[in-house]
Ligand binder design. Structure first.
Ligand code: COS
Length: 382
């Protein structure tokens, strides 16, 4: 039986996240967007009220929230500000591979750090020459005694400047493509240099940096899972995090849709509110369809994850559809506002800039289509 009724706990979580987004995020979102400043105070508050590290296992101090509930929270947070939301949510991306493959000792130490105080961790996969093509990475990890020595560069690392530890992917067998990559937990240390903070189009409150590993020593015990099995770990992680990203896209789209619907009832042209014109009604109607359809696909992928059903297909479908819908909905929201939508005195241009990254990070919309096509035509046996 299909039932879309949220539990009382999920309704409470949604209300709590919505209130947080409305009272703690929206009032400062446009300031942080304008100057690209770091919203530490919002992150601290999010951690205090329990809106960070949603899925962390209670064994390591987390709440072990199910993925569907996580999606409900992430939609509200992104409705508040998806830039700050990305910084609030990025620990989940770094922690997932540790939860999936880390030793008990590693989990206790590093996941425990996230639940004990508002610390941050970053997921370091992407490189200047290896974005969509993960297997093309060049960062090297060479085993020497009971340590690995890491050398290489990573880019587009969310929260990289503020992280206390990193989940780093590096080649341990450079001639074996995707079967020669390993994952490590790496403490922040002197050998890691922050090379550049990116000045971005949107999500300007989130921190995005390039970093270099210069002969960084990593204890062999910090290898996550088995040597040369890091690629699969990264793919399994993205299966788990893409529903959350899709929810953020829904939150951005909903924010823009609500603003456009409200404005259309106030703005008068040709003697009536523009909402009376069919041209605007059809835009609003399509926006509402896209928001709701994206949410349904997203909830399905999270529900599958919660119920132990493979969600590789549905998480890519959700991410693809929600991200592209967010771009369309926010662009149409600017259209409803007309010339006013294009200036910073009104909220929708930020939604449009913020939406663009949803089609790029955690796998572009084109990569999602590749995954979808493969899963449809040649499903991976799990
Ligand atoms: N779960 C578990 N294992 C998976 C998997 C998944 N979802 N997807 C693929 N694998 C496994 C495959 O089964 C294969 O295993 P074997 O080595 O045992 O054969 C291995 O991983 C390699 O898979 P594949 O051949 O499909 O890899 P490709 O190099 O062709 O790459 C894509 C696949 C393009 C899908 C992958 O590189 C990708 O997702 N790229 C985008 C990365 C991304 O999202 N970057 C954004 C930055 S992260 S914030």
């Amino acid at each position: 039986m299909v039932d879309f009724t949220l539990t009382d706990e999920q309704k409470d979580l949604r209300e709590m996240a919505h209130n947080f987004a409305e009272k703690e995020m929206r009032p400062v979102a446009w300031k942080h967007d304008k100057d690209g400043s770091w919203p530490q105070e919002v992150i601290d508050k999010a951690w205090e009220v329990g809106l960070m590290n949603n899925h962390l296992n209670p064994k390591y101090g987390g709440t072990g929230l199910d993925y569907l509930s996580g999606c409900i929270i992430e939609e509200e947070i992104a409705w508040g500000c998806s830039g700050i939301g990305t910084s609030i949510g990025a620990n989940g991306l770094a922690a997932a591979p540790v939860e999936l493959g880390g030793s008990e000792e590693t989990k206790k130490k590093y996941l425990g750090m996230l639940s004990e105080s508002p610390k941050l961790a970053s997921f370091a996969l992407t490189e200047p020459d290896a974005g969509s093509d993960v297997a093309g990475m060049k960062t090297r990890a060479v085993k020497k005694g009971d340590k690995y020595i890491l050398n290489g560069s990573k880019c587009f690392i969310t929260n990289g400047e503020h992280a206390d530890w990193y989940t780093v992917y590096a080649k341990t067998d450079p001639d074996s493509g995707s079967r020669g990559i390993s994952a490590f937990v790496v403490d922040r240390q002197d050998g890691i240099t922050i090379d550049k903070k990116e000045d971005k189009m949107g999500q300007r409150a989130s921190n995005t940096v390039s970093l270099t590993f210069n002969d960084v020593e990593v204890p062999a015990g910090n290898l996550i899972g088995e040597e040369n099995k890091g690629f699969k770990l990264a793919m399994m992680t993205l299966d788990r995090t893409r529903p959350g990203v899709a929810s953020m896209a829904v939150g951005i789209a909903r924010g823009a849709f609500e603003a456009a619907a409200d404005y259309s009832k106030e703005r008068q042209q040709f003697g009536v509110p523009i909402a009376m014109h069919q041209a605007i009604q059809f835009l609003i109607a399509d926006m509402s369809v896209k928001v709701d359809a994206a949410r349904l696909l997203t909830w399905l992928s999270a529900w599958q994850l919660d119920n132990g059903i493979s969600n590789t297909l549905s998480s890519s479908q959700a991410k693809r559809f929600a991200a592209d819908s967010a771009m369309e909905v926010t662009t149409d929201a600017v259209q409803v506002f007309g010339g006013y939508g294009y200036i910073k005195d009104y909220p929708v241009e930020k939604f449009m800039r913020d939406a663009k990254i949803m089609q790029l990070y955690e796998g572009t919309s084109q990569i999602q289509r590749m995954v979808i096509a493969r899963e449809v035509l040649m499903p991976r046996q799990v």
